[in-house]
Design a protein. Structure first.
Length: 255
């Protein structure tokens, strides 16, 4: 456990998080998963742990909402009153089709998958047939995660424009569905990329900043998400969901 985890525990035990949330609007959280499997890197969540996390959310009366519902909340069009979460998967790994999505289907829970266009059907990534099956079962948002997952910061503005705009067009053609949200590779963005997302017609974009919730007034093109890594315990997840880490955001720290 590191320093910020001790502080988060202190906030939860003393109730300081509830005091802050009372005076500062607290919105739904987005959980950011990658692979869900028995082995993998730090961004691979064990399938048994994933199931425990979903049961934890269900047993603690969290409402599972769509990205569009969160979008409507943050622009003030339709507020979400209850405590709420959204499950997101980055990159479209094949392990989520086997180990994660069936659990979500069992309880009819909405989720989203950020797809890398050129990785569809490649080794370790979901296939087009699997994507169609997921779409057929409903309750899913497909999100653009660029053509090939290159960091936008390494590209020229013209190249970044292709990654952001063409990926939306190609995915919509493949899926025969609207793609309303973008996901920044590595979470890296700047004002130019936000403008490109708006130009492409996205409603919003997912970031990897995790020290805030999706409050009313949040920039829809910098939607924060909680990193779901293999070391995420239920106690730590509870601290994130109840705002115990948001003091970092209040201090303007990105640590």
């Amino acid at each position: 456990m590191i320093f910020k985890d001790y502080i988060a525990n202190f906030f939860y035990i003393t109730g300081l998080n509830r005091v802050i949330n009372f005076f500062r609007d607290f919105g739904p959280n987005i959980l950011m998963y990658h692979a869900v499997d028995t082995v993998g890197d730090r961004f691979t969540v064990n399938k048994d742990e994933f199931q425990k996390q979903i049961f934890f959310l269900l047993n603690n009366s969290y409402n599972f909402v769509t990205l569009d519902e969160i979008y409507l909340h943050i622009i003030g069009a339709k507020k979400i009153i209850q405590k709420a979460v959204h499950i997101s998967f980055d990159d479209g790994y094949s392990s989520i089709f086997k180990n994660a999505i069936p659990i979500l289907w069992e309880y009819t829970l909405p989720f989203s998958i950020a797809l890398i266009v050129e990785n569809i059907g490649q080794d370790n990534y979901i296939s087009l047939d699997q994507i169609r099956e997921i779409s057929h079962n409903g309750a899913v948002d497909f999100v653009s995660h660029t053509l090939n997952h290159n960091s936008l910061l390494t590209l020229s503005l013209d190249e970044a424009s292709i990654e952001i705009i063409e990926s939306k067009s190609i995915l919509e053609d493949i899926l025969k569905l609207r793609v309303d949200f973008f996901c920044y590779p590595g979470g890296y963005y700047n004002e130019n990329y936000i403008l490109l997302c708006k130009e492409a017609g996205y409603k919003g974009a997912l970031s990897t900043y995790q020290y805030d919730s999706n409050r009313v007034g949040t920039d829809p093109f910098i939607m924060p998400r909680i990193w779901m890594t293999k070391d995420m315990t239920l106690a730590k997840l509870n601290n994130f969901l109840t705002g115990c880490y948001n003091w970092i955001g209040l201090l303007g720290k990105k640590i």
